[in-house]
Ligand binder design. Structure first.
Ligand code: SAH
Length: 349
């Protein structure tokens, strides 16, 4: 019979409590937590610093299952997309992006997405289900295994995480928060909060919780500088309108020296005019902000076009002149449908 409780779903605190309940010392929980953060660990029998009877008992009660890599695609630019099979046969994707001195992993937080953004392919899949914590941390482990197997992790580490794959992370708040706690804990994965970014369409109550619960970087998918345009592109804007979202950003408890990243997908003739750039500059005035312009990744199923390079540079120029750090996101892995907004395994299949 399959064990229903996966030990990888427990935060370090929960593991300790679990062990305390059984009259076991807390350091056993810490030992196990460390094993669970290591690639290539699939069974309790590998945890050789634990007593054998404990290992056997745990094996009867808990699973250590991880998503299985069913497909790996490598882009001409070195980006790798992994398709991962979950226990109920659902499929998610994550993307390993090589940067100069490290790798960034783009992780999914849901199977599909319920937000319905007009320009996003994942939206076309609809929402299927939330990911469990171990299905999120499992993406990190599988990526680490691949980098290690290929001898790539010696060159540079998997150091950054972005929650920019499939799904709306803050719509799966509890599981995402648990995964973040597991990933940031120094006794295990040990990611630095300043190298982990959670990207959201702007679910205001959950943004407020995140600000209280954990220190990670926040990115807001803004995509428009006026309320009407945003509502047309992102249905969530009707629930949490732009002025309220911006007000929530203004009161977000940012650690000193940190900025909020504002993502802005550029759609020809929709939100890419000089006036839009000026309005955006005015809108964000006073917020410690970084603007990340994303040239739209076109797809036959999506009714938008990417602006010309000239138009994109002009848009950036206005924001730079207004004093904002403004970058243009380089499209990575487009040839393997790994670029922003293109993760939709079911549709592609
Ligand atoms: N739901 C979260 C996490 C997804 S992040 C969020 O919306 O922030 C993925 C980013 O890619 C988002 O900013 C999304 O708006 C953007 N995106 C979606 N479709 C895109 C496309 N076709 N081209 C470029 N960017 C796109």
């Amino acid at each position: 019979m399959k064990n229903s409780r996966n030990l990888r779903d427990y935060t370090p605190e929960e593991l300790e409590a679990l062990f305390a309940e059984r009259g076991l010392p807390a350091y056993r929980g810490r030992q196990i937590f460390k094993w669970l953060a290591r690639p290539f660990v699939y069974s309790f029998s590998q945890m050789t610093d634990l007593p054998k009877d404990l290992r056997e008992k745990l094996a009867q009660e808990f699973s250590l299952a991880l998503p299985e890599v069913t497909k790996e695609e490598i882009s001409a630019d070195g980006t790798r997309k992994l398709a991962l099979l979950l226990e109920d046969e659902e499929i998610i994707e994550c993307v390993i992006i090589p940067e100069e001195d490290h790798y960034t992993l783009c992780v999914s937080s849901q199977v599909g997405c319920a937000m319905g953004c007009a320009f996003c392919l994942t939206a076309r899949m609809g929402f299927r289900r939330n990911l469990k914590p171990h299905e999120i941390t499992g993406q990190v482990l599988r990526a680490k295994e691949i980098l290690e197997k290929e001898g790539l992790s010696e060159e540079k580490p998997l150091r950054n995480l972005v929650f920019m794959g499939m799904g709306e992370p803050l719509a799966n708040y509890d599981n995402v928060l648990k995964a973040l706690k597991i990933l940031l804990h120094p006794g295990g994965f040990n990611f630095s909060g300043r190298r982990v970014t959670v990207s959201t369409v702007g679910l205001i109550p959950q943004m407020e919780r995140l600000g209280r619960d954990i220190r990670v970087k926040l990115a807001i998918s803004l995509h428009a500088a006026d309320n009407e345009t945003r509502s047309r592109l992102m249905p969530i804007n009707k629930r949490y309108p732009l002025p309220e979202l911006i007000a929530a950003c203004r009161r977000y408890p940012l650690p000193k020296g940190w900025r909020i990243t504002f993502e802005y997908v550029l759609l020809a003739g929709v939100n890419d005019r000089v006036d839009d750039a000026k309005r955006l500059a005015a809108l964000l005035r006073g917020i410690p902000a970084k603007i990340n312009l994303i040239p739209f990744n076109e797809h036959p199923l999506l009714p938008f076009r990417c602006p010309s390079e000239e138009q994109i540079l002009r848009f950036q120029e206005i924001l730079l002149a207004a004093g904002y750090v403004t970058t243009i996101r380089k499209s990575r892995g487009r040839d393997i449908s790994a670029a922003c907004g293109q993760l939709a395994s079911r549709l592609a299949a």
